[in-house]
Write a protein that binds this ligand. Structure first.
Ligand code: TYM
Length: 321
């Protein structure tokens, strides 16, 4: 299995990023080869403050390392440090149907709201396809909001292969059913754009306050409740041990409890769950030079692979004379 995935540096990572995607990266880093990157070129479509983008990019790398990504086993780098990907993006763009890109949700949603969209946002899925194809990745661990983009990647790869020969490996998304869509504190999908996130590295006090704001229904306390489908229970399940989860499920079914109790249990479990990464993060944040070194080494390894694939693609479509 050759695994690849990316995360945008658009602010602090939230539980959706972790349980939907990053946790899978950690589990998969012992596979044959794995590539993980900080997608700063994608983030440039929204973060237009240069200082902030640079800061977020280094922060995202620190977050991934703190959460358990091991540079000795996985290749970690910054997207723009592998320029071969941008060149490959152009090759793919020349064969990308407008209609296919017009249907992609990020662009379509913005247009539907009457907001101005730019070519970067329109071509966002093509750059993502280049990211994946440049490393011959066959497995892409993501949350379900990225499925459409991976379908586009497959379409573009198939049409390039059809026209120019078998150049690209066909990738597949890898989704964890249980956390493909982590709910936010309002029960909708957790997302920065909905302002409903729980951040992984929030200080425990701030985290607790946010947890107390999780929306709940207004059924009376003594009424038994079905835990499945309840977003508070879903969030608890992510950070609780399996015994704790079972006990909480039984409490729901029995009734006679207050949601405040569940929120308190959730805050305690979350604090415990992320305690180790939090202290690792503090240590890494005090060694930015070491993190930059890890990223430089990752970029070198990434370029080695991507330049082989790019050469193959250029040869196939007549760019080498
Ligand atoms: P990004 O930065 O928005 O999100 C990173 C990862 O987190 C997942 N995720 C979620 N999973 C479950 N529930 C949620 N509420 C939730 N919110 C976010 C996302 O599905 C994603 O896996 N375009 C990508 C970055 C990218 C990429 C790539 C990914 C660029 N090139 C190539 C894979 C392969 C993005 O914006 O992810």
């Amino acid at each position: 299995m050759r695994v690849l995935s990316g995360i945008q540096p658009t602010g602090r990572p939230h539980w959706g990023n972790y349980f939907g995607a990053i946790r899978q990266y950690i589990d998969l880093q012992d596979e044959q080869e794995s590539y993980y990157f900080v997608a700063n070129l994608h983030a440039l479509t929204t973060v237009r403050d240069p200082k902030l983008l640079a800061e977020y990019t280094l922060d995202a790398a620190i977050d991934l390392l703190a959460l358990g990504l091991d540079p000795a086993r996985a290749t970690l780098f910054v997207q723009s440090d592998v320029p071969e990907v941008s060149e490959l993006c152009w090759l793919l763009m020349t064969g990308a149907p407008m209609g296919l890109l017009e249907r992609c949700h990020a662009y379509k949603d913005k247009k539907a709201k009457g907001l101005p969209a730019d070519a970067g946002l329109f071509n966002y899925p093509v750059l993502m396809a280049a990211d994946i194809l440049a490393y011959d990745a066959d497995t892409v661990p993501v949350g379900d909001d990225q499925l459409q983009h991976i379908e586009v990647c497959r379409d573009l790869a198939a049409s390039f292969n059809h026209q120019f020969g078998e150049v690209f490996v066909m990738p597949k998304a890898k989704i964890l059913d249980a956390s493909a869509k982590v709910p936010g504190i309002d029960g909708e999908k957790m997302s920065k754009s909905y302002n409903n996130t729980l951040e992984i590295f929030d200080d425990p006090k701030a985290q607790r306050k946010k947890i107390m704001r999780i929306t709940t229904d207004s059924r009376p306390m003594d009424q038994p409740k079905e835990p499945a489908g309840d977003h508070l229970f879903q969030l608890y399940s992510l950070v609780a041990t399996s015994d704790q989860r079972e006990a909480m499920g039984a409490l729901y079914r029995r009734g006679g409890f207050g949601y405040g109790e569940v929120k308190k249990a959730l805050a305690d479990a979350a604090e415990r769950y992320f305690a180790e990464p939090r202290s690792r993060r503090a240590e890494l944040a005090s060694q930015p030079a070491r993190v930059r070194e890890i990223l430089a080494d990752g970029a070198e390894r990434g370029r080695k692979k991507a330049s082989q694939v790019l050469a193959r693609a250029k040869e196939a479509c007549g760019l080498i004379i």
